[in-house]
Design a protein around this ligand. Structure first.
Ligand code: HEC
Ligand code: HEC
Ligand code: HEC
Length: 207
């Protein structure tokens, strides 16, 4: 049986049609890869994340507008993607898979289709972001803010004292800097009260 199969394959591979099938395969591969790349880029734009669905446009996006990460003296910004989408490939792919869940609740289950429903989910959603950021030592914040390059001399005395405390007590950025871009949920634990496995945080990364 296997020998017959091998003979069949051999005949087929040496036949005239094989080259056509091979070229079609390559063409399909190129198209699929381009579609994949385009989707990855398009779903990582501010336009897509901030305004493409009403859940974001009517809630977090309105709140973000005018905050220091959106508008400031120098015009250097952090947009949705900078804080919510990882910069390295594996965490990026995992995050994109997680976003499929959001598509499902948008199109199928309609979990959050009013402002009231959004507010009701807020504690859960915020807590998810805080847990994630505590677990990776605020990796996305650190992509822009490098504590080694922060000049304490140029910070306010309050910031200096707090950052020294953060270092001493091995805290991470999100422990203190939450609610920077969005309204906070009413009630429930904040990032400092959340219990997260700190062993996930690389020791060298604690500032
Ligand atoms: C894409 C880069 C980028 C990312 C990512 C980013 N920031 Fe910023 N952040 C900035 C810039 C630029 C400013 C300065 C804005 C200005 O000039 O006032 C800033 C300002 C700040 C300030 C000062 C705000 C104020 O009131 O003046 C804090 C605090 C801060 N960031 C914390 C964070 C935290 C926490 C995170 C992660 C959740 C984060 N940033 C993610 C670029 C970034
Ligand atoms: C223990 C709490 C705490 C931790 C942890 C912490 N900060 Fe701060 N940070 C503060 C306080 C308080 C201020 C001053 C806020 C003010 O003056 O209104 C501040 C100010 C800042 C500012 C503005 C500085 C300025 O002069 O305008 C930036 C940027 C900032 N922090 C980034 C970070 C980043 C990035 C991390 C993580 C690497 C971090 N902070 C960790 C409490 C903290
Ligand atoms: C500077 C970093 C930063 C930027 C920029 C940012 N976010 Fe967030 N986002 C956070 C943090 C931190 C939380 C957790 C709650 C909090 O602390 O406000 C959060 C929470 C959320 C939540 C959960 C609901 C909630 O309010 O807690 C959603 C949804 C969200 N962000 C979407 C967006 C969208 C859409 C944009 C762009 C318009 C955006 N974010 C821009 C840092 C950011």
């Amino acid at each position: 049986m296997p020998r017959r199969v091998i003979a069949k394959v051999r005949r087929w591979v040496t036949g005239k049609k094989a080259i056509v099938v091979l070229l079609t395969g390559v063409a399909v591969g190129v198209v699929a890869l381009s579609l994949f790349g385009t989707t990855m880029i398009y779903t990582s734009t501010e336009a897509f994340c901030a305004t493409n669905c009403h859940e974001m446009a009517n809630n977090v996006t309105l709140e973000y507008q005018g905050t220091p990460h959106d508008k400031n003296r120098t015009g250097v910004r952090a947009t949705c993607v900078d804080c919510h989408v990882p910069n390295s490939p594996i965490p990026l792919y995992i995050a994109k898979m997680g976003a499929l869940n959001d598509l499902w609740s948008h199109h199928v289950t309609h979990t959050i289709d009013t402002r009231e429903k959004f507010q009701a989910q807020r504690q859960k959603l915020a807590q998810r972001v805080w847990t994630y950021m505590k677990g990776n030592d605020s990796r996305e914040c650190r992509h822009c803010h490098n504590p080694a390059n922060m000049d304490p001399e140029k910070q306010s005395p309050v910031a200096q004292a707090r950052h020294a405390k953060g270092r001493r007590e091995k805290m991470t950025c999100i422990d203190c800097h939450f609610g920077l871009t969005h309204e906070l949920p009413l009630g429930g634990p904040g990032p400092q009260e959340l219990d997260v496995d700190r062993s996930l945080i690389p020791r060298s990364a604690i500032f």
